[in-house]
Every structure is written in C-alpha cells, then in structure tokens.
Design a protein around this ligand. Structure first.
Ligand code: NAD
Length: 499
C-alpha cells in the first residue's frame, strides 16, 4: 500500500497522528494509497515553521517572487501529463478534462507572474502642505487554503499562487480524497525556487481544519467546498479574527428562451450538465425552458445527445465523455436522490442508475439521468446533486424563469440562451448570481478577471484569483509623511523653492 505524506519545510514528511484516510481510484473502486490525517500538533508545528520561512519570503522583492512563478509555470507545462494522470487517477475525470483542470490553474499562476504590477501601491503628492501619502500592500503572514476534491490541481493553484506571489506563506490542506496532485505541485514549486517552508501541504480532515482555524498565527483562510462547511469555516475563522473567504456549493440554472438556437442550447446543456460527471461547482444542473413548446422541443433534442454519451475510465482514451463519481457513498447518495425525484413526481426521462462497465464493475460509475417536470419543492431541486443528473423545470415566461433563479439560495453561476440582446442584457443586469453566461453555459471567468458566487455560494468578501486575490492576500498600510523643508510662517508652511 502506497503511504502518502505531508510536505513540510521542503520535504515529504510522514504523518505522526496514526490516523489515515483511504485514497481510491474511483474507476476501479480500489484503495490505491492511504493519506495521513494531521493532528492539531502537526498543524501547529507546520504553521510555526511557515511563520519563520515567511519573514524572508515576504521581504523578497516582488519581481523575484514573480520569477519563481515563471519557473513554476514552466514546470507545470513540462509536467502536464504527469499532473493530469494524477488528477484522473484519484478523481476519475477524463484525461482531457484533467489537463483542463491543470491548465485553468496554470492560467492563475501566469497572472501571478505580474505580481510586481499588481502589488504596486498608491501615492498622493502634496496632500497637504508638505504632506505626501503612500499606501503599500503588505503580505498577511501565514495564510491557509482548504480545498475540495473536484479540482485537484486548479483550486489548490488558485489558492497558492496568489498567496505566495503576495509574499505570504501558505498552509494548504487539500481534499483528503485527492492529495497527490497538491504534493506534486509543492515539489514543483520547490524546484522552481520557492524557499522551504513557504508552502506547507498538510493533509487531514476536520481535526486539521479546526486546528488551522484556531491557530492564532494563521491570518487568513481561503476555503472552497460545500455550502454547510463553507458557512461553518467562515463563522469559526471570523470568530477567531481571521480574514476569510469561503466558497460554497451551487445550483446553476440555464434559461432557454423560445428564440434560442435549440441545437446549440442542447449541446451546451449536455456538456455543462454531464461533463466531469456533474462534479463541477459551475455545472448546469437545472434547465429552464420558457414555454411548453420550447420545453418539448428541448427535451426531444436532449434525449439523443444524452444517449450518445460515453461513460468510462480515464484509461480508455479520449472518446470517453465522463468518468466515475468520487466515492461509492457519492454514487449511493446521487442514486438515492434520483429515486426521490421519481417518488416526488418528477418525470425521469433517462435513468442512469445501475450502470456497470465491463472490467470496471467496482467503479463508481453512474449513467446520465434526465428529469422533466421538476418543481422547486422536490429534493432533486433543493439539493446540490453533484452528479450526472440534469433537472428540467418548465417556466411559463421569462419573468417566471428569472424569479426561480432569484429565489434560489445559491448564486454561483447561471446562463441564458437567447437570440434577443434586450433579454440577455436584462438578465445579466437583474439576476442575483455572481457569474453569468450569455449563450455560454459555464461562465468561469478568465484568470485575470475574478471568480466568485453570490448568496449561499460564498461567505466573506472578495473573489478568488485576479485582482481580488491580490487584495485578499495583502493588507494595505497607508503612510502620511511630512518633511520639514518648508518654513513655518504664521502657522502655514511655505516651501523654500516657492519663496
Ligand atoms: P467538502 O465541503 O466536503 O470538503 C471541502 C474541504 O473541507 C475538504 O478539504 C475537506 O477535508 C474539508 N472538510 C470536510 N468536512 C469538514 C468539516 N466537517 N469540518 C472541517 N472541514 C471539513 O466539499 P467536497 O465534497 O470536497 O467538494 C464539493 C463541493 O465543493 C461542492 O459543493 C461544490 O459545489 C463545491 N465547490 C465550490 C466551488 C466554488 O468556487 N464555489 C468550487 C469547487 C467546488
């Protein structure tokens, strides 16, 4: 059995707590490794070491830190296939999808190569007689990143790259289901020139997270995961006086207007609903066709497309559309939700339950499911399914469709498919959701914009990556200075140069 480790002070370190979690290959349904779960003492030790390392790193000029990012970016590119293989093995997503996972993280590293410009301060000359003001962005010190299973490369990179580029040290606690990618990224950062101790990868579960939240040295916490845990972490971090941004779960709707190109809308829904087995926080899980005719035509176009989807292990080549879900428990939960949808009166148009793939009978595969005539009271609408299940909620008109989204407690992403610019603009302006797509199903903003949901999809302030990340991982100090080169006359300063 492969025993994984932590990565502390630039090297792999065995766990000392005696507690472990199994890491599985979801396509095989087999345990491939076990990962140590850090104790409170191990977290406190890693934080103390990080605090020592941060002093020098925080004083390193931003251009040098940017050079480490440049070298890191080059190493990620060189190791793209190895990283993608690790992602696929522990997560189950297809190799092209895993490469996308690494690539979208790499793009954030690329933005961090511009750290010197992003960290520039502000200056006011002669704000008063002989008085100048300047503000600078200083690192926070030791910060923490706590990440989910569904993007083993991208989200740890969203956390570590801006935090480190700003001069902080980071304690990264990746999901215990997919720890290997973060460990490899830490090794690549060391190779890129990051001083030992500046990035500590500490594996663990709730005990490790609580230790991070209670540690007084940790100044800020960036979390991504499910809504209940995001809310819990935000509350505990804030109570302990930390800066926190905690991104939670989602229920993303896509409105399909009667004037939309229905072939393109159906293609988009299949990709956004079933890609990565629906395990994306930006997946579209609710289709909202406007009008009965649009709904009937849309369902008719979806059925053959969904029936063509190929589900399988990442090892079977590039023609597989999606892989297994993360665990046996996740599959059981998703199949249970599908059963509840049937019980509560939704129309199950395509049933993906009970899929078995030859040679991979123990894998956690689920075929694609499609529901029609879902209502907001049903569990399949109220819960984040996080699986390959698309629910259709029929709306009578555009305002009804918009109300549905506005009333939903989540606000991560949404989309509208329409040929009408007025409707699209109205939607983008009024909808209370953080990321909006117009004829674009998964509107994940590019790395130099910024990513974040509204409502119960995010707790705290500022978004992930882009300029917001540089604000989150620094604090502003403003200096007001006066030099006595002026001559006081009647209580006023006048400058010699002006005399
Ligand atoms: P999760 O909430 O179960 O776990 C996320 C992290 O929290 C992991 O590191 C885990 O170890 C830790 N954790 C779990 N339970 C904990 C507890 N009781 N106390 C303290 N820490 C705990 O989420 P997941 O299943 O790994 O990821 C899927 C979820 O993440 C989905 O809800 C998805 O929508 C969401 N997500 C959100 C975004 C976003 O940016 N909004 C992005 C990706 C995923």
């Amino acid at each position: 059995m492969n025993e994984l480790s932590h990565f502390v002070d630039g090297q792999r370190v065995a766990g000392k707590s005696g507690r472990f979690a199994d890491v599985t290959n979801p396509a095989l349904g087999e345990v491939t490794a076990r990962v140590p779960l850090a104790s409170r003492a191990e977290i406190d030790d890693a934080v103390a070491r990080a605090a020592r390392a941060q002093v020098g790193w925080g004083n390193t000029n931003p251009q040098r830190r940017a050079r480490v990012m440049m070298a890191f970016g080059a190493l990620i590119n060189e190791n793209m296939d190895r990283l993608a293989e690790l992602v696929s093995r522990e997560h189950g997503k297809t190799l092209p999808d895993a490469r996308g996972d690494v690539q979208r993280g790499l793009e954030v590293v690329e933005v961090c190569m511009g750290a010197p410009a992003l960290l520039k301060g502000e200056f006011t000359d002669n704000g008063g007689p002989g008085i100048d003001l300047h503000s600078m962005r200083q690192p926070l010190g030791v910060v923490a990143g706590i990440t989910p299973f569904n993007f083993p490369a991208m989200i740890p990179l969203w956390k570590m790259a801006p935090a480190l580029a700003c001069g902080n040290a980071m304690i990264l606690k990746p999901s215990e289901r997919v720890p290997s990618t973060s460990l490899m990224l830490a090794e690549l950062l060391k190779e890129a020139g990051l001083p030992d101790g500046v990035l500590q990868v500490v594996n663990g579960d709730k005990e490790a997270v609580d230790a991070i939240l209670d540690n007084e040295t940790v100044q800020a916490v960036g979390f991504v995961g499910s809504t209940p845990i995001a809310q819990y972490i935000y509350g505990r971090a804030a109570t302990n006086g930390k800066r926190a941004q905690c991104f939670g779960g989602a229920k993303n709707h896509m409105i399909v207007m009667p004037d939309a190109d229905l072939d393109k809308a159906a293609d988009a829904l299949v990709g956004a609903g079933y890609g990565a087995a629906g395990e994306r926080c930006m997946a579209i899980s609710v289709a909202v066709p406007v009008g009965a005719e649009t709904a009937d035509r849309l369902i008719a176009k979806l059925i053959p497309r969904i029936e063509k989807l190929k589900v399988g292990p990442y090892t079977s080549g590039e023609d597989v559309d999606y892989g297994p879900v993360i665990t046996a428990a996740a599959r059981q939960r998703i199949e249970g939700l599908i059963a509840s949808g049937v019980d509560q009166g939704a129309e199950l148009v395509i049933d993906g339950r009970g899929l078995s793939i030859q040679g991979y009978e123990n894998g956690y595969f689920i075929g694609p499911s499609l529901f029609d005539r879902v209502t907001p009271a049903m569990d399949i609408y109220r819960e984040e399914i996080f699986g390959p299940v698309l629910c259709t909620v029929r709306a009578d008109g555009y305002e009804d469709a918009l109300d549905l989204i506005m009333d939903n407690p989540s606000g991560n992403g949404t989309a509208i498919f329409t040929a009408d610019g007025d409707t699209a603009r109205d939607f983008a302006h009024r909808v209370n959701v953080g990321m909006v797509g117009i004829n674009f199903p998964i509107p994940v903003p590019l790395s130099y914009h910024t990513f974040g949901g509204w409502k119960k999809s995010a707790f705290g302030d500022l978004n992930q990556y882009g300029p917001d990340a540089f604000r989150f991982y620094t604090r502003t100090k403003t200096v007001t200075s006066r030099w006595f080169s002026g001559i006081r006359e009647g209580g006023e300063f006048s400058f010699r140069a002006m005399d």
